[in-house]
Design a binder for this molecule. Structure first.
Ligand SMILES: *Cc1c(COP(=O)(O)O)cnc(C)c1O
Length: 562
């Protein structure tokens, strides 16, 4: 065990405390499920690079999210991802407690340090209830990410929000702002309210809230019966109802009412959120990704050569367009693509080819992402594939309790079989950040077909752009800001401003997918390599230079933290 005062310098000055239910700090640490956790990791990596005074709090997730295996029919099998915590982190001697169902639950913290080559360090505290004095049930609170039922979830959120504030106090941090990353962490505002004499203005001055969910049903809500059963009995229910909603405790509302600065994660998401929460001032800070992390090795070398310093100043990527010869862009891409194809072939029997147009789609397998949209008319797709060769690479985990998501994976396996031998298609098992780096660095086109307006931002297309990969996507989330038709990529379906009825909207989306593939994308790829490479450079210089987490963090600093 180490006491924090062994750790030089971490306590100096005022801190921004970033709270997130999931954080992907490293590929070996499986405490994330998807975009939210990876974004949190990129946030901290950029904070370390920029030497921002950030500390972070999350849950340990000792059993990981889960490791996915797929049977030959595409049935998902889930395994725990036990990982050896002490290989990566040190347990601290400070302990705090929270009251849950009138039991005292002890919490310890593990320290992980996100270290940058610039010398910046961001400490991350992983909260852990697996200590001897706790009951067996309480020891499990920090075992699973999004596991269990509502009761399990609210206990996790108590540990994160209330326990997290207490832990930072116990460690001796002086916190200037608490950043609530999604409503899971909103209980921290309740704890601050108790700490500051129930004066909401004081809490608001301290809190920044980022919402990530553009649908009502996606927000965490708990019945007051459950809240009364689980939460510390001294909590005044009337106070909670004042800020968290009268009928149920809505964690988003709690954060909205107790944060001075609130933002959505793209301009479109700000617009949607304003309509969902009438009367709140909601800003927009569009997400970004950590440039160095998400740029493949061949492109890293190219940028190092032509644009030294790009990793800590991704704005320099704007100069790619005039600065790097087409041929070098193409060969960097081809190198990364071949590595990816070798990798995919090592995992499957598909025998993919280096020189065939390859389109990728990988993200959480959940209904609104609509991985099936490309297959709406299999014969049309097959015929396009007969004209110009196509390969498809898919991946993604379904949440263990999302039966619809699991069926979706089986459905894709079925499509892959039906498309044989005209179109080669693989669904790779166990999508994670390591696989994401390979796929996003190596495909020719990255496909995204979410149901509007459910993609708050999306980030994987930004990762693709860092590698000159072209986006082909529904106009939702960040793509509305990154898209310039035939310059940075291609749109699918109508612009959200062109209000049309849902069924027509889907018809147009499907028509765009096939028509653009057949008449624009594939002919450009196979017949006009110069034009294709020019678009790749645009993807880097007009997307990656802006949609990175360095720009995002500078905006959080100047607009939300200071
Ligand atoms: C970036 C990333 C995501 C998010 O993908 P979206 O397409 O933005 O939903 C999910 N999972 C992993 C492993 C990622 O790296």
């Amino acid at each position: 065990m180490v006491a924090l005062d062994d750790l030089d310098g971490l306590l100096n000055g005022q801190k921004i405390a970033y709270f997130s239910m999931e954080i992907g700090v490293a590929s070996e640490i499986p405490t994330y499920s998807g975009g939210l956790g990876v974004l949190a990791g990129d946030t901290l990596r950029s904070s370390a690079d920029l030497k921002l005074p950030v500390v972070a709090v999350t849950l340990l997730c000792k059993k990981g999210f889960f490791r996915q295996e797929l049977t030959s029919e595409g049935k998902q099998i889930e395994y725990n991802q036990d990982w050896v915590v002490s290989n990566f982190m040190k347990v601290l001697s400070q302990e705090v407690t929270v009251l849950i169902q009138d039991r005292i639950v002890k919490i310890q913290a593990w320290l992980y340090q996100v270290k940058s080559l610039t010398g910046g360090v961001v400490p991350v505290f992983f909260l852990d209830t697996d200590v001897e004095e706790n009951t067996p049930e309480d020891r499990e609170i920090t075992s699973y990410l999004y596991g269990g039922d509502q009761k399990y979830r609210i206990k996790q959120e108590i540990v994160l929000g209330i326990g997290g504030v207490r832990m930072l106090d116990a460690l001796g941090f002086n916190v200037r702002k608490y950043h609530i990353n999604e409503g899971h962490a909103s209980f921290l505002a309740l704890e601050l309210l108790q700490k500051h004499g129930m004066i909401p203005e004081k809490v608001r001055d301290l809190c920044v809230f980022t919402t990530h969910t553009p649908v009502e049903s996606g927000h965490d809500k708990f019945s007051y019966d459950l809240v009364k059963d689980v939460l510390d009995g001294t909590t005044d229910m009337n106070v909670l109802k004042t800020y968290g909603g009268v009928d149920v405790l809505n964690m988003t509302l709690l954060a909205l009412n107790l944060s001075k600065y609130v933002n959505g994660v793209a301009k479109q998401h700000q617009w949607v959120s304003k309509r969902m929460f009438i009367g709140y001032e909601i800003h927009a800070i569009t997400n970004g990704v950590h440039s160095y992390t998400w740029t493949g090795e061949s492109f890293q070398k190219l940028y190092d050569q032509y644009l030294p310093g790009w990793a800590n100043e991704p704005e320099l990527l704007a100069r790619v367009v005039d600065g790097i010869p087409n041929q070098e862009i193409w060969s960097a891409h081809q190198k990364q693509k071949e590595l990816m194809i070798d990798y995919a072939n090592s995992l499957t029997k598909a025998n993919l080819d280096y020189d065939v147009f390859t389109m990728g789609f990988a993200r959480r397998a959940t209904e609104y992402k609509r991985a099936y949209l490309l297959f709406s008319d299999l014969e049309r797709l097959r015929n396009i594939g007969k004209k110009h060769k196509i390969q498809l690479i898919f991946a993604g985990k379904a949440h263990p309790r999302d039966t619809q998501g699991k069926r979706l994976i089986e459905q894709l396996f079925n499509y892959a079989n039906q498309l044989k031998p005209d179109i080669k298609m693989v669904y790779l098992p166990n999508y994670d950040v390591d696989m994401a780096k390979k796929l996003l660095g190596g495909v020719d086109v990255w496909l995204n077909t979410p149901l509007k307006p459910l993609e708050a931002s999306g980030t994987s297309g930004m990762k693709a752009a860092h590698n000159g990969v072209l986006n082909f996507s529904v106009l939702d989330g960040w793509w509305l800001e990154g898209w310039i038709e035939c310059i940075t990529g291609w749109s699918i379906g109508s612009h959200p401003d062109d209000c049309i009825e849902n069924p027509d909207c889907i018809t147009k989306e499907i028509a765009d997918i096939y028509n653009k593939l057949e008449y624009v994308i594939l002919p450009t790829y196979y017949e006009r390599l110069d034009e294709w490479t020019r678009m790749m450079k645009n993807s880097i210089s007009k997307i990656a230079y802006y949609f990175n987490s360095h720009r995002m963090m500078r905006r959080y600093v100047t607009e939300a933290y200071l």
